[in-house]
Unconditional design. Structure first.
Ligand code: COI
Length: 358
């Protein structure tokens, strides 16, 4: 157990916090946050403080060179059970893989987990209680050194903030534009890291997709624009001839924890899971031939979001006939039941967090 400084001011803000009826995703912020700074090669004290603005010099390196990484996790408290958190050690490991790629220091496991767990423990009443809702946790780290030279920062801040949230998407099914021109990531780049810059790189295409009436972008590989990669913030799956297919990971695809969990759940249900390079033209043929019956996006925020259709910029559409199909619905329900503590957990993926009060 590490030493944590609990600011006594958190009592007031927690006591005064009221959970609104309509949550949305990531709009309402929990009343407290965790913070820990890194300087002179060492991490300092972990603090739990009221949520609020932070101060930084305008020449802090993150503002110029985007040295920043983050994670997404969820805590659940459904039917009076919990709070539970899902596979937090996996997020910790990925955070440090992202840190390495972005020339940032590793965060010790006890700081990462204690910060996250304390936020949940003190905010247990802030965790929403309807199925499909959760407390979305956002650990992140950024470069704070005040200097404009292009060199890795020597000062960083690690924080965890949280947002009581509902579903990321409405239940309609996603309309997805295949991005044939821009690239989100490329071999040797930072695509596998959960770095803010990767998301910034996806935004222009997101505007284009939105203006054309679609809600998401399907990214292809950066070299040939031939193989399906991911959907920025979500991984991609397709059900073809009853088997579950997903792009084989490479250094431009995020290694999704939801992705891996779904693969395990599917395999254990007897569904054949195939990780491979997925050629977009082949997939479109499989959709036309109705061999591909379902496709879905998955991620911490989205859980499993069925895809209604894929589309080209010329307006051609490839509808998934059975887009809310059996496999995506079953996997979503299995995963959510586990995460919400409603189902047996043979994998030991779910951890209970003892609530704390001040
Ligand atoms: C998550 O699922 O945590 C994500 O990374 C998506 C987020 C960028 C909204």
């Amino acid at each position: 157990m590490i030493q944590v400084r609990i600011d006594p001011a958190i009592k007031n803000v927690i006591d005064n916090f009221r959970l609104p009826e309509n949550l949305g995703f990531g709009n309402i912020m929990a009343p407290i946050m965790a913070s820990c700074s890194y300087e002179n090669g060492k991490w300092g004290e972990l603090e739990i403080i009221p949520y609020g603005p932070i101060s930084m010099y305008p020449n802090a390196k993150v503002l110029h060179y985007a040295q920043e990484i983050f994670e997404g996790m969820k805590a659940y408290r459904i039917d009076g059970k919990g709070p539970f958190i899902f596979r937090p050690a996996e997020n910790f490991l990925r955070f440090n893989r992202s840190a390495e790629r972005m020339a940032m220091p590793h965060i010790p496991k006890d700081i990462f987990l204690q910060a996250t767990f304390d936020l949940i423990a003190y905010c247990s009443k802030v965790v929403p209680s309807h199925s499909g809702e959760s407390l979305y946790l956002r650990p992140f780290m950024f470069a704070t050194e005040e200097a404009l030279g292009i060199k890795p920062s020597e000062k960083f801040r690690f924080m965890v903030i949280a947002s009581p949230s509902g579903s990321y998407f409405t239940s309609e099914g996603l309309s997805v534009l295949i991005e044939r021109f821009a690239a989100r990531a490329f071999p040797g780049g930072t695509g596998f890291a959960k770095a803010g810059g990767n998301y910034a790189a996806s935004l222009l295409a997101a505007i284009k997709a939105k203006n054309m009436g679609y809600v998401q972008t399907l990214w292809l590989d950066g070299r040939e624009r031939k193989y399906i990669e991911e959907m920025s913030g979500m991984n991609f799956f397709a059900v073809i001839d009853g088997a579950l297919h997903t792009p084989l990971l490479n250094d431009s695809i995020l290694d999704g924890i939801t992705r891996r969990s779904i693969m395990t759940l599917a395999q254990d249900k007897g569904i054949n899971v195939i990780e491979r390079k997925m050629d977009i033209e082949e997939l479109l043929k499989d959709i036309k031939a109705e061999r591909c019956t379902e496709a879905f996006a998955c991620g911490t925020a989205a859980i499993i979001a069925p895809i209604n259709f894929l589309a080209e910029e010329n307006g051609e559409r490839f509808p998934l006939k059975n887009h809310e199909g059996k496999i995506s619905i079953e996997l979503r329900e299995d995963l959510l039941a586990l995460q919400e503590g409603r189902a047996k957990d043979p994998y030991h993926w779910v951890e209970y967090i003892e609530p704390k009060s001040i």
